[in-house]
Design a protein around this ligand. Sequence first.
Ligand SMILES: C[S@@+](CC[C@H](N)C(=O)[O-])C[C@H]1O[C@@H](n2cnc3c(N)ncnc32)[C@H](O)[C@@H]1O
Length: 231
Amino acid sequence: MYDFIRKFDFFDWWDAGYADKAARNLKSIQDAWVLSELHSCEGLRIGEVGGGDSRLLRQLADKNACVNIDKFEGAGLGPQKVVEIPGVDVARAYMGDFDEVLADESFDVLFSVSVIEHVIDDRVSACFADMARILKPGGRMLHAIDVYLYDEWSLMPAELAGRIGLYRECAMGSGLRWECDPVIGDEVSFRCDIASNSDQQIAYSCKLVPELREQKAAAQNCSIKMILVKD
Ligand SMILES: C[S@@+](CC[C@H](N)C(=O)[O-])C[C@H]1O[C@@H](n2cnc3c(N)ncnc32)[C@H](O)[C@@H]1O
């Protein structure tokens, strides 16, 4: 799967009880997607990549062995010190470093929310290869990746446009296969059925990253949903 999170899906997840109904941000929509995919998991070893102060591992840890894979160094405005969550182990590692603290083929499921977009271009390929390494055969990985979509593809700054293809190429180069065929093509623009962040949340985030104010005003903050499988 390589698609955008769509509103009609989110409405279903809302009705099914996977969404935090008090939240008004894209993260809660991304969380609802992951939970819709993983809510029935039991007895699995699940790793959240860059979980930070994870909301989802708190919900998955009662029935699964969960690991938060993060160095907690504040990257991408994440936490600067380890967040202890009952029943969740911490692996202080970054995917892409091939750190021996994470054994080969040791996870049934890996997922991330708002992490992959923080990995610099030169490291995205290593990040996917490392995640493929630690996934068991038969395992799945799911990533919710923030993107900014414009009215027209031609308006998208080159460095943002390049990332859409980069994620697809690095995912395909990792040796994993798509769970279902990719939908996102080479040239994408915002469409009204794509779920996006609230203007209130965007106005708030402009205070945190003022240099992105123009981009945030001109484009919609949306999320890719990606699922890969290891045979
Ligand atoms: C924007 S925060 C998101 C935190 C959390 N997923 C959430 O949705 O609240 C990005 C997190 O990714 C972590 N991170 C960045 N690159 C990473 C990598 N290569 N491997 C693991 N974690 C990474 C950072 O340390 C940070 O905690």
